[in-house]
Each structure stands twice: as structure tokens, then as C-alpha cells.
Ligand binder design. Structure first.
Ligand SMILES: [Zn+2]
Length: 276
């Protein structure tokens, strides 16, 4: 059963170095199941989730957006932003989005929050939306440690605060009926996943807690994780609960497979992929 009130929208792709994607897992363990290009990059999706909850249009994460520079385009293999085209295909324009929830503020999750207008000003892409992010995440983003300076780009989020559209959250919250955010930390301070209950279905947008189905491997985590130990612990808990309760999982960076259900096969959790 897949609800019609939830749809994965792609903002395009990003190409990330294979080593940094899998942390301590050596290439010999993943090279047979993951394709790399000649620069050792793995192609990842930039997945966002569109939901209808409580009569509101909700967007979870916004991809890299359209403000990317030439260096990014080459290093990260970016393609033109597709998010707004995806919205248009389902009959929505930016002003129809009421709520934007951000798992965290790394550039590949919040770049589409803002855009450059005709006069060269950076403005919120969704003029009528409230943008929800954890306060801990915001505090880190506006004053990042040197390790994360390149991940946080003020143009992606400062205009939201400047226009009074920012909602800072402190911990787990029900944002709308049936729509909850759950703080996981780990990947970034204040990183949150999103849980949507609709009918009998539970849909979890995992953010970068489990960025791709390859990260179902219990010891795989990205080199960008703020607190890897915490990621591994929370990932284990979340995936055990997902398996037990039959959640539909959506992966931020899944490319060939973007969503699916966990199944237990030969003592391992594997994904039964579905289109969403
Ligand atoms: Zn990411």
C-alpha cells in the first residue's frame, strides 16, 4: 500500500567521493555493488518528499537548488535543479507550499530553500511557507566549526530568518496532525528525521541518518557525520523499529532505489524497493 499523499521529488543528482560516503567500510567491500566514475565518485539522488498533511502542502528538504556555482557543478557533478519542475508536474507552484521541514542545513538539503530573484537578491523560494528546523542545527549552521564551514552556506538559510519565515524547534514535535519530526543528531547537530502517518502507513524520511540503501550496512556511515557513534546507535534503533512496524522508508540520497520496506533475509535487513 502506497499513499497518494506522499511523493518523492528529485532535485537532481550529486556525485560524492566513494571513500567519504562509506567511512570505514573499505572499497573492496562495496565496489561490486556500487558504481563509481573515473574520479571515484558515486552518483547520489537529491530526494525531497512532498506530503499533504492537515490540509497543508509540506515539503521535506529542498535539494541543492539553483544557486550552485561553477566549482560545485564540476566537483559535485550537479545538474540543473529539478525540484520546482517536479512540483509543477503535480500542479503546485512555490507559493502553494505551506510548510518546509529541513532535516538539517547542509547545502545539499537546504539549497532550494532560497533562490536569486531578478534583481540579484537571494529570497525564500517558497514565499508563504514556514520553514522548520531544529534550533541546535541552526546554531551550528550560523557558527560552524572549521570542519563544516563548506557544508553550511548562509545564502541557503539566512534569508528565511531575515523574512521572518523561520520556525526553530526544540526536540521532537508534531508539526501537523500525523506529521512528526524526531531528532536523531549524529550526522549533524539537531539532525531530524520526519515521520508521516497516513491511513495505516508510516512513512519515514530518514535524512542523512541512513542516506542510501547501501547504508543499511550497520557500520557504514559518511565521513561527514558529526558524531558517527551516535549515528550508528540511532540508525540501529530506527531500522529495528522500521522492520518491526513495517515503515515505508525514504532515502535522501537513494538514486536507483529511493524508497522501500525492510525485509529480513538470511539474518540481514534488505530493502524491498517501491516507487513513491
Ligand atoms: Zn546529504
Amino acid at each position: 500500500m502506497v499513499t497518494t499523499s506522499a511523493k518523492v521529488l528529485s532535485d537532481g543528482i550529486v556525485k560524492i567521493d566513494g571513500g567519504s560516503l562509506f567511512g570505514p567500510v573499505p572499497k573492496v567491500d562495496w565496489e561490486n555493488s556500487v558504481v563509481t566514475d573515473r574520479r571515484n565518485r558515486v552518483t547520489l539522488g537529491l530526494n525531497c518528499l512532498l506530503l499533504q498533511a492537515g490540509g497543508k502542502n509540506v515539503l521535506v528538504d529542498t535539494g541543492v537548488g539553483s544557486k550552485d556555482n561553477d566549482k560545485d557543478r564540476d566537483t559535485l557533478g550537479l545538474v540543473p535543479s529539478r525540484l520546482l519542475k517536479g512540483l509543477k508536474a503535480v500542479g503546485l507552484s512555490p507559493k502553494d507550499i505551506h510548510v518546509v521541514i529541513l532535516t538539517h542545513l547542509h547545502f545539499d538539503h537546504c539549497g532550494g530553500c532560497t533562490r536569486m530573484d531578478r534583481t540579484g537578491n537571494i529570497v525564500p523560494t517558497f514565499p508563504k511557507a514556514r520553514y522548520y528546523v531544529q534550533r541546535a542545527c541552526w546554531d551550528e549552521a550560523v557558527q560552524p566549526s572549521v570542519r563544516y564551514t563548506s557544508h553550511y552556506r548562509p545564502d541557503n538559510f539566512m534569508p528565511i530568518a531575515d523574512r521572518g519565515q523561520l520556525e526553530l524547534l526544540d526536540g521532537d514535535v508534531e508539526v501537523l496532525p500525523g506529521l512528526n519530526v524526531i531528532v536523531t543528531d549524529g550526522h549533524a547537530k539537531g539532525h531530524q528525521m520526519v515521520m508521516f502517518r497516513h491511513g495505516g502507513e508510516r512513512i519515514a524520511f530518514l535524512g542523512d541518518l541512513v542516506p542510501t540503501p547501501h547504508h543499511l550496512n550497520p557500520i557504514a556511515f559518511s565521513a561527514f557525520d558529526h558524531s558517527p557513534e551516535h549515528t550508528l546507535e540511532r540508525k540501529g534503533e530506527v531500522l529495528r523499529q522500521a522492520l518491526r512496524e513495517g515503515w515505508l522508508l525514504v532515502f535522501s540520497h537513494g538514486h536507483a532505489q529511493r524508497a522501500g520496506y525492510l525485509e529480513r533475509r538470511a539474518e540481514m535487513s534488505v530493502l524491498r524497493a517501491v516507487d513513491l
